[in-house]
Write a protein that binds this ligand. Structure first.
Ligand SMILES: Cc1ncc(COP(=O)(O)O)c(C=O)c1O
Ligand SMILES: N[C@@H](CCCC[NH3+])C(=O)O
Length: 418
């Protein structure tokens, strides 16, 4: 069941009318459905019920503390890529023993922070990083749990900007060189080799690339075991896609069945790092129509939300469904829905048949729960919008809207300018 649905002519988030949220919180605003978050987490968790596994939610998709807490309360771990994400995860109550840390550019201070925290493991993405972690762990008198993030050279058949598992990508260590690096890691005094990791890309709409990657990893796992290394974890990253428009991604249960089949004899604890699949369709962005322009070439609906609030259309040409918060009887129009930002790339929908919006109408951008707020910026000195969590017939602001004063926080005018 979808938790963003019409009741009569009104769009609801669970049992709350979206217009009531906007009336109370303002526009634009991100709105999340707690019931959807819970349902998605459980679907992913249930998909692997027959194997030991941990769902380590990928914080980058949506790092709101209320979202993190929802998954953590369901027993989830987290996948982080920075000291900032580690801080957020801990604030939300994550168990350090269920935190995995990926990313090609971990800084010394971030590595130290993670070691002090006692995270489960670093997913190491380069030969130099392996050494760096060993040195820092030695200095702190700690042993660092690690997995090597292997780049299996598999095409996930998704947008090039979110393809990560091809040889030409900056991510991970090429699979042909991985065995050698396990050998090096084994000789490093302050590392404890715990697993093998890979993440091949995001918004995958087929299971086959995951299966191809696993088959390649299995050969590596045998090789690592032959070196006398006792592996415990196989981290298969995230990447399962969602429906934004006309995609037909596999259900978590199908993804689970295929992966379980491939991995059940390995005797490894599986880790998954889903982001988008858990949160993407659990959130919407709502804006207000400020103006309409009827052009000779094009029609425009100008809204108060822009590419700084939702970057995906501008960055990847992504599709987000557009719906009227209150359905009207005024027919449809083919238009670009654009924001106030001074760039022609500032569109949220292009050449789209949409309701014939009028000034003051509320416009909902669907499937905006993943990589929406987390990729927002202050471009054009626009304050970040509020985030609201709905649960049943209640809603709560889970992040206040920024004020313009917040935009100069920490900024000083140098005295020599006086
Ligand atoms: C290492 C890693 N893990 C997990 C994810 C989450 O991906 P998704 O949101 O596609 O599940 C990403 C982003 O693609 C990632 O880079
Ligand atoms: N930001 C991307 C996904 C990035 C995946 C991160 N590894 C998107 O919105 O689709």
């Amino acid at each position: 069941m979808n938790h963003f649905q019409y009741q009569g002519d009104q769009l609801f988030a669970e049992d709350v009318a979206v217009k009531d949220i906007v009336a109370s919180v303002g526009s634009p605003v991100y709105i999340y459905s707690r019931a959807t978050l819970v349902r998605h987490f459980k679907a992913m968790d249930d998909a692997f019920a027959t194997l030991p596994h941990t769902i380590c939610y990928s914080v980058k998709a949506n790092s709101n503390l209320a979202v993190l807490r929802t998954f953590i309360n369901l027993g989830g771990g987290v996948d982080i890529v920075s000291g900032g994400e580690l801080y957020r995860a801990l604030q939300a109550g994550a168990d350090p023993a269920q935190i995995v840390y990926s990313g090609v550019g971990k800084r010394d201070d971030e590595i130290e922070y993670a070691l002090h925290t006692g995270i489960l493991m670093f997913n190491v993405e380069s030969e130099q990083e392996l050494e760096r972690i060993d040195v820092i762990a030695g200095r702190l008198g700690k042993r660092a749990g690690i997995a090597i993030r292997v780049n299996p050279d598999v095409d996930p058949e998704t947008h090039p900007y979110i393809t990560t598992g091809l040889k030409k990508a900056k991510f991970g260590i090429n699979i042909e060189r991985a065995l050698e690096q396990y050998g090096r890691a084994k000789e490093m005094a302050n590392l404890e080799i715990l697993g093998v990791d890979c993440h091949i890309g995001s918004q995958l709409t087929k299971v086959s690339p995951f299966v191809d990657a696993i088959r390649k990893l299995k050969r590596l796992i045998s090789g690592v075991r032959e070196m006398g290394i006792d592996l415990k974890y196989l981290d298969l990253g995230g990447g399962l896609g969602i429906q934004y428009h006309d995609e037909d991604p596999p259900l978590p249960s199908d993804y689970g069945t295929s992966i379980t089949e491939e991995t059940q004899d390995l005797g490894l604890h599986l880790i998954f790092e889903p982001g988008r699949n858990l949160v993407g369709n659990a959130g919407i962005l709502v804006g207000t129509c400020l103006y309409t322009k009827r052009g000779e070439e094009k029609n425009f609906v100008i809204v108060d939300a822009g590419m700084n609030d939702l970057a995906r259309p501008a960055l990847y040409g992504s599709f987000h469904g557009v719906q009227a918060v209150q359905k009207n009887q005024d027919g449809v129009v083919t238009a670009d829905i654009v924001g106030p930002i001074c760039e022609s790339g500032d569109f949220l929908a292009k050449d789209r048949e949409v309701p014939n919006f009028k000034v003051g109408d509320l416009v909902a951008f669907m499937s905006a729960g993943a990589y929406g707020f987390t990729m927002s910026s202050n471009y054009n000195s626009r304050p970040r919008v509020a985030e609201v969590m709905v649960s049943g017939d209640r809603f709560e602001i889970v992040r206040e809207r920024e004020q313009v004063e917040d935009l100069v926080r920490g900024e000083k005018i140098p005295s020599f300018l006086n």
